[in-house]
Design a protein around this ligand. Structure first.
Ligand SMILES: Nc1ncnc2c1ncn2[C@@H]1O[C@H](COP(=O)(O)OP(=O)(O)OP(=O)(O)O)[C@@H](O)[C@H]1O
Length: 360
């Protein structure tokens, strides 16, 4: 396996007695799009700042292409790294903003112009080259900021919530701009965000942080399908979570006793009987029936309490007799045969193979 481009080895950051980042190990590979995701204050930006050399780790080593960089300022590193910032210079026009970093690096005027033009074209903002920054829309500014970062051809681009100021439609458009750009250039992107849709739609791998700690690292699909901890399952909000205690059912199959009933688990569970754990089931994996289904080992009777529509899918909310909320997501097509009505009782089921166990 190739040596990672970046590695955090037992890296922690404390501000006085407060631990912003707990001892973490993380490897970032050349050419990957890595998203660091978590709620406010979880330590995402501090992690990025340590990588950028803006903050020194209190403990551990950060390596870049194998070399420790803890005390090495950005400008004396061999691997060029750029912090993407939306703060454009208001006194320079678009092309001057893009050329600025090249000028600082002593690149000749002709070469500066050539490279700036190339990036303005690429970001589809060439027509605004002579405009003042104040005459641009949010999306156009974001493109200028990207061109300005990329014109120096960094090996790593660090982005901290770059889309947070944009409206929803523009955000989605910029996500595909960023993703395509990253793929085409092969530049390693380290992207901090609190938004699941941004992280999951663009990143090759996602790091989920909570209270200064890495909860899980994986591809979006891995994290979505097999959250490692209860925190991750809760945070993603796409799974129904049944806390309980592990047991064996009368047939000797691995099962879990929960407030909503006993449920059969996937067969490959080796966790000890008696242990506390939670069963998670993706809301897209649940079935809705009018009558108790035959031969379904996992069923819950629940009353419909509401519904929500997003595009072609609907999320139906239920509550079991024990007060557990259960969500089911289906396409409108799948629901046409069901007489859905708030207050009505249904039977919900899922296959044992669709259950996933997380330890507390
Ligand atoms: N210079 C500092 N001095 C003291 N505490 C700090 C400093 N910088 C960050 N912190 C604290 O460290 C914790 C992590 O901050 P960080 O900025 O990394 O969070 P974040 O996950 O990026 O959050 P947000 O999404 O709100 O930007 C926070 O509780 C913050 O208050």
């Amino acid at each position: 396996m190739q040596e990672p481009l970046v590695s955090f080895e037992g890296v922690a950051k404390r501000f006085g007695s407060y631990t912003a980042v707990q001892k973490m190990d993380l490897q970032i590979h050349k050419g990957e799009f890595l998203a660091i995701m978590g709620s406010s204050g979880c330590g995402k930006t501090t992690t990025l700042r340590m990588l950028a050399g803006l903050e020194a780790p209190s403990e551990g080593v950060i390596r870049l292409a194998g070399k420790p960089i803890n005390d090495l300022p950005t400008w004396s590193r061999d691997t060029p790294m750029v912090w993407q910032s939306l703060a454009l210079f208001p006194f320079l026009n678009v092309v001057e903003n893009v050329e600025f970093a090249l000028k600082m690096r002593g690149v000749s005027r002709a070469e500066r112009q050539r490279r700036a033009e190339q990036w303005l074209e690429r970001m589809q903002i060439a027509e605004f080259a002579g405009r003042n920054i104040s005459q641009l829309s949010g999306g156009q500014r974001q493109r200028v900021a990207l061109a300005r970062s990329l014109v120096v051809e960094p090996e790593i681009l660090l982005l901290d919530e770059p889309l947070s100021a944009l409206d929803a439609a523009l955000k989605v458009r910029m996500q595909s701009v960023l993703k395509n750009l990253q793929r085409e250039t092969g530049i390693t992107f380290v992207y901090v965000t609190h938004s699941q849709s941004e992280a999951f739609s663009m990143a090759d791998r996602v790091v989920i942080m909570s209270r200064g700690k890495i909860e899980q690292i994986g591809t979006p699909q891995e994290i979505y399908r097999t959250p490692r901890t209860r925190f991750v399952a809760d945070f993603l909000g796409s799974s129904n979570i049944f806390p309980g205690q592990l047991k064996r059912d009368p047939h000797g199959r691995p099962a879990i006793a929960t407030a909503s009933g006993d449920f059969v688990l996937p067969p490959d569970q080796h966790a000890a009987v008696g242990q506390a754990a939670s069963l998670t089931v993706l809301d897209t994996r649940m079935q809705i029936h009018l009558q108790p289904p035959q031969d379904a080992p996992n069923t819950v009777e629940a009353r419909m309490i509401g519904e929500e529509f997003v595009g072609a899918t609907a999320t139906i909310y239920f509550e079991s007799g024990e007060g557990q909320e259960i969500r089911v997501q289906k396409s409108h097509e799948d629901l046409t045969h069901l007489p859905l009505a708030v207050g009505r009782s249904f039977h919900l089921s899922w296959s044992p193979a669709d259950g996933h166990l997380v330890m507390e």
